[in-house]
Design a binder for this molecule. Structure first.
Ligand code: MG
Length: 409
């Protein structure tokens, strides 16, 4: 590996073995002029990939999910004759990585609610956070943005739409922007009817038309909950109200998002569908550097299409707007219910169209509190998961009953 100066900016990555984590390391490796130093990595249980990352980047601290994973990692590094970094475990491990004293920037790329507390701690310490984990903002947008404001931390979105909006909004006056427009690919069921969607298999739902991503976000893209979560994320990042945030389906995913000015002018950010663009922008902002990706070939495009989202087939959008309008702990409850419902779908316990049903039932039962502290938000998250699991079990029992009746007939 190339010698990296100890003066180089330090980077910590939460979720280093996932899709965003791996792409982040590729970006860091490619940034020759402002070479960054990887000081800490947190992964789940993929110790093989983590061992490769340790060999290439020599971080001081690494975190894994479990004691077993830590044991396996130690054995693997020993066998490969790689110097052992300090190995930490679980949520405390994630926090140690996120708050590493030499990390100037933390890439928050864990999946789901698990990234919330570590990311919040990084913001409280004034670190730049390159945020790929939208769930943390959905759960606790007020707390996170308030922490960033107090410490002076920069919160830079890695999510492609929000990264695009950040670029479009640069230098614009807030009062001159009428609305922001998030683009959505529409997912694999854009042209399917309700019946087809209810019979969708996991592998069909995993066929995202334009982006290659992890399982949870791919299912969220199939139900369009991903876009719902992104509406809430955009609200917290840019300060627009629910009535000023719109969604337009754009199957080619070339326009990553747009802003509309008060004079009707629309500014769009376009690019190839590769997350490395957004990651590099978040790492090097306010500078721009050459990127190794091929540029967008406009003449190779067969056309750009835009259509309104179908709220009837994709009720998750309506649920997310409702959560944003009603506020408090409701978005955290919605997010938790969604995580449980998506996991149940991936385990073939419920069908795709039952995901929004589970979420809505949890939201209807939720007793909303102001989302002003970690404990209240985590309690709402836990309670919503508990409710979601109960509803999922009930649906599964019902399905088994129906199957039995069908069999007898
Ligand atoms: Mg996105």
């Amino acid at each position: 590996m190339t010698e990296v100066s100890t003066q180089s900016p330090g980077v910590a990555i939460l979720g280093s073995t996932g899709s965003i984590g791996c792409n982040s390391l590729r970006v860091i490796e490619s940034l020759s002029t402002t070479r960054m130093r990887v000081v800490a990595l947190a992964a789940g249980t993929n110790v093989e990939r983590l061992a490769d990352q340790i060999a290439a980047h020599l971080p001081e601290v690494v975190s894994v999910d479990t004691e077993v994973a830590a044991h396996d990692l130690r054995a693997m590094l020993f066998a490969r004759d790689i110097d052992l970094p300090r190995i930490v475990i679980g949520e405390q491990g994630l926090i140690e990585v996120a708050t590493h004293p030499q990390a100037d920037c933390v890439i928050s790329a864990t999946v789901g609610a698990v990234g919330f507390v570590p990311t919040l701690k990084a913001l409280e310490m004034g670190k730049r956070v390159a945020l790929a984990n939208k769930e943390t903002l959905v759960m606790a947008g007020e707390l996170m943005t308030e922490a960033a404001r107090k410490s002076g931390a920069e919160l830079l979105p890695v999510d492609s739409e929000h990264n695009a909006l950040h670029q479009c909004l640069r230098g614009e006056r807030r009062e001159e922007v009428r609305r922001i427009i998030l683009t959505a690919s529409g997912g694999p069921f854009r042209t399917k009817n309700k019946a087809e969607m209810s019979h969708a298999t996991v592998s069909e739902a995993m066929q995202h038309p334009t982006w290659n991503m992890g399982a949870k976000i791919t299912i969220d893209s199939a139900t369009l909950m991903n876009k719902g979560l992104e509406v809430i994320e955009a609200h917290w990042l840019f300060g627009f109200g629910p009535e000023e945030i719109d969604i337009v389906v754009h199957p080619e995913s070339v326009v990553h998002s747009m802003i509309e000015m008060i004079d009707g002018s629309v500014i769009a950010q376009m690019g190839v569908t590769d997350m490395r663009h957004a990651i590099q922008y978040a790492l090097t902002y306010p500078e721009r550097h050459e990127c190794q990706l091929p540029p967008l070939d406009l003449t190779a495009l067969s056309g750009l299409h835009f259509e309104a989202p179908d709220h009837d087939r994709f009720p998750c959008i309506r649920l997310a707007y409702r959560a944003l309008r009603e506020g408090g702990t409701l978005p955290a409850a919605m997010n938790a219910a969604n995580e449980e419902a998506v996991a149940a779908f991936l385990n073939e316990r419920i069908c795709l169209t039952e995901i929004p049903q589970v979420i809505e039932a949890v939201m209807n039962q939720h007793s909303k509190q102001p989302a002003r502290d970690i404990q209240t938000i985590l309690a709402a998250d836990h309670q919503a998961r508990h409710e979601a699991v109960k509803i999922i079990s009930h649906k599964k029992a019902q399905k088994a009953q129906n199957d039995l009746v069908d069999l007898k007939q």
